[in-house]
Design a protein around this ligand. Sequence first.
Ligand SMILES: NC(=O)c1ccc[n+]([C@@H]2O[C@H](COP(=O)([O-])OP(=O)(O)OC[C@H]3O[C@@H](n4cnc5c(N)ncnc54)[C@H](OP(=O)(O)O)[C@@H]3O)[C@@H](O)[C@H]2O)c1
Length: 297
Amino acid sequence: MSHKHPRILLISSSGQVGWELQRTLAPLGEVVATGRNRGAKRVVDLASPDTLVQAFNEVRPALVVNAAAYTAVDRAESEGDVAEAVNAVAPGIIGELATRWGAAVIHYSTDYVFDGALDRPYREDDKTGPVGLYGKTKLQGEQALLDSAADALIFRTAWVYGQHGDNFFKTMRRLFAERDELRVVDDQIGSPTWSRMIAEATAQVVSQLKVEPAQFGEKRGIYHLTAAGQTSWFGFAQAILENSESDCCLLPIPSTDYPTPAARPAWSVLDNRKLSDSFGLALPDWRCSLLQCMAEA
Ligand SMILES: NC(=O)c1ccc[n+]([C@@H]2O[C@H](COP(=O)([O-])OP(=O)(O)OC[C@H]3O[C@@H](n4cnc5c(N)ncnc54)[C@H](OP(=O)(O)O)[C@@H]3O)[C@@H](O)[C@H]2O)c1
């Protein structure tokens, strides 16, 4: 059913992508944003399915955009239960509730569903094989959502950064001011993607599909959505440094010199062709977005 001013339930507006979505979705409907803490006007805690049921009952959305996730890649290794509840189980519940209420769904996933052993950018139907628990729970969440009958689109994105929230970009800027020398991993390759670009592309898709669940149904499935181009964490850091006023010296190191609790794929570049074929959308090169993002500081 088409609503003149449809309600859009935005699950969590405090994260990097959720923050930007508040603004980009606003012209498309009445955005009802949730937070997980009691201070929030409307509470949704993905680890407490009751709060989801209540939000659907009260808001009756035409579209649910789930920008919430357990994103602490390393901590997930020791907090498997929470990561599983939020990333693996909750998307299935969202799918069931959306089906019951006739709402469309947009959900986000990650390049970390892949093992990183391919020699070309990953397509949506390439074999998955997460190397860490975060990626494993996100993959389970994709499957749980698709196992429901919901009219759902899943955008797999990667290496998200922006001025709002915690991310590599902000960590680097802080460390450039504090340190004379910094060692950064140069053997993991991906596509740094600005949170604002993800939110703008999402809004374009929602606009094209007119917030109509049936139209979402026709496009149901997984889409890769990252900036164009690729680099290493070192290359990303170097580009940030080039545009900062800092004399910090950057040194490339292999991942073996920077052990972390969670393993990460060595190569997780995604092929975005399906998104551009389906919606005529292509995100700009990561360097171009980085400059725009930095110009806002
Ligand atoms: N960050 C990346 O590099 C990256 C890479 C690939 C894919 N993705 C995916 O992109 C999407 C958006 O990520 P992001 O970078 O915007 O994440 P983020 O900045 O880490 O924010 C995570 C959001 O999820 C919320 N959240 C966490 N646990 C919750 C719970 N139990 N109930 C309700 N809300 C909860 C957080 O709320 P609080 O503020 O209350 O903690 C926050 O709003 C996610 O699906 C993520 O998996 C991210």
